[in-house]
Design a protein around this ligand. Structure first.
Ligand code: F0G
Length: 439
């Protein structure tokens, strides 16, 4: 393509952008609501003013904004490699991490926590925090020459493993409970190419089987009982702290199932404090679904009990009755003066509807963290002015089934249901809907 003269592409320096019709040359102001050219009906192009710099100076400006400096690292996991896997060479990296901190007034109001920020791990490459542990575990699998990798999963670990194993060229075997994994997650595992075994049992049964297979058949197990997974997941905390300028919040809330993440958060905080990255350790709030809450029950008994349960909850990601990382998680809660809470499915669905309608969105299990914050604010355990970060662990599109049920099918209609409206193909129908909404 010949080098177009900048003058042909841009208008005078310092001028406002305009909308210009390439067919007749007519222009309309930047803030016009026109959908097409008012003179000839053509489609409009946007024409900007000549930028203040060009060539190397423009590249330098974009580079500064991207935070690019010599030695900068695109992965939000491997950036912290000295605390993750210092000896890694050429890791199996997507890249992952770099997830945003979001503040939304409607969610803060719902949780009754004016400072609440959300760290959205659903922005990872496969849509959940699992990618942070998986990049490390699959790197380790490649380093040790594993012939295959395996995991049991409620859906996110398997989606993540499927993607990273394909990337590494290692066959993956995933064990998932029949009928208990959300559609988006199953689709990912199939599409990324994992051998997907649908087991006639629940998650706890799948994990038993996967552990046996790894012992007997020599496949490398990458559930969060694998210590390298924990090392990767610690970076959620490191990245959060870095984003906050190492001014730690008072609380970090997260959903809890198999307790790998709770363990990782505890280890990350222990190390961050020991290394002088922070001068104060936030309290962890681990939140379980009421129907799958053996850890919350044990917390209430000062960890004097350890009683697995048969798990039942709509939040399939955390539908786990016999968490594997129990002891590590007890240490995490104890050392951080943490709390373990449980929230009902209705509380989870309410929180999810608020998070979704704020434009942020998350999968059901993730909303447990916000539901937990609300509960502890109500009980006065979290103070009005305490700073809280809640982790959203998975993307909204992971579980479309639950959204459809909540918004379209549930009777009586939930307070926050947003029913679709069927109309005929007439302007009058559209007008009626606009009027009904007061628009
Ligand atoms: N949130 C989501 C979205 C999850 O997928 C999980 C766990 C958790 C929270 C809980 O984390 O198990 O470390 O306490 N999902 C696992 C899986 C079990 O197989 O994808 P945890």
């Amino acid at each position: 393509m010949p080098d177009p003269a900048p003058d042909a592409l841009f208008s005078a320096a310092g001028a406002a952008s305009v909308q210009r019709c390439p067919r007749c040359g007519d222009t309309t102001p930047e803030l016009s609501d026109a959908a097409e050219c008012s003179s000839c009906g053509g489609l409009l192009d946007i024409v900007h003013a000549t930028p203040p710099a060009h060539g190397a100076a423009l590249l330098a400006l974009f580079g500064v904004r991207a935070g690019l400096k010599p030695g900068s690292e695109p992965s939000g996991v491997w950036r912290y490699r000295e605390l993750v896997m210092p000896s890694a060479v050429d890791p199996v990296c997507h890249p992952e991490g770099n997830t945003p901190l979001l503040a939304r007034g409607s969610v803060q109001t719902f949780a009754r926590s004016a400072s609440l920020i959300l760290k959205h791990e659903g922005h990872n490459p496969t849509g959940s925090f699992k990618d942070r542990g998986m990049t490390v575990a699959v790197t380790q699998a490649r380093r040790i020459g594993a012939r295959a990798v395996a995991c049991a999963s409620t859906g996110n670990t398997s989606a993540s493993l499927a993607a990273y194993a394909s990337h590494a060229g290692i066959p993956a075997l995933v064990f998932v409970p029949r009928g208990q994994i959300a559609l988006g997650k199953l689709a990912q595992s199939l599409a990324y190419g994992a051998r997907t075994l649908i087991v006639d049992d629940d998650f706890d049964g799948c994990l038993r089987l996967a552990r046996e297979a790894s012992r007997e058949l020599g496949v490398y197990l990458v559930n969060s009982i694998n210590p390298w997974r924990i090392e990767g997941q610690k970076t959620i905390v490191f990245e959060l702290l870095q984003q906050l300028g190492y001014d730690a919040p008072d609380w970090i809330a997260l959903p809890a199932g198999n307790l790998g993440n709770t363990s990782a958060f505890g280890k990350a905080l222990r190390e961050a404090f020991a290394l002088g990255m922070i001068t104060r350790v936030p309290r962890l709030l681990a939140v379980q679904a009421a129907g799958a809450a053996p850890f919350a029950a044990a917390f209430a008994a000062h960890f004097a009990t350890h009683q697995p349960v048969h798990a039942e909850t709509i939040a399939t990601a955390i539908k786990i009755g016999d968490p594997a990382s129990w002891d590590r998680a007890v240490r995490a809660i104890t050392e951080t003066n943490g709390v373990v809470a449980s929230v009902t499915d209705d509380e989870i669905l309410d929180a999810k509807a608020v998070i979704d309608a704020s434009g942020v969105g998350c999968e059901p299990a993730s909303a447990a963290s916000v539901a937990g914050v609300r509960q502890l604010r109500d009980k006065g355990v979290i103070g009005e002015h305490e700073r809280v970060a809640a982790i959203l662990t998975g993307h909204l599109l992971k579980d479309p089934g639950i959204i459809q049920r909540y918004h379209q099918e549930t009777e009586p209609r939930p307070a926050r249901a947003n029913r679709p409206i069927e109309i005929g193909a007439t302007l009058a129908d559209v007008e009626r809907v606009l009027k009904a909404n007061g628009e």
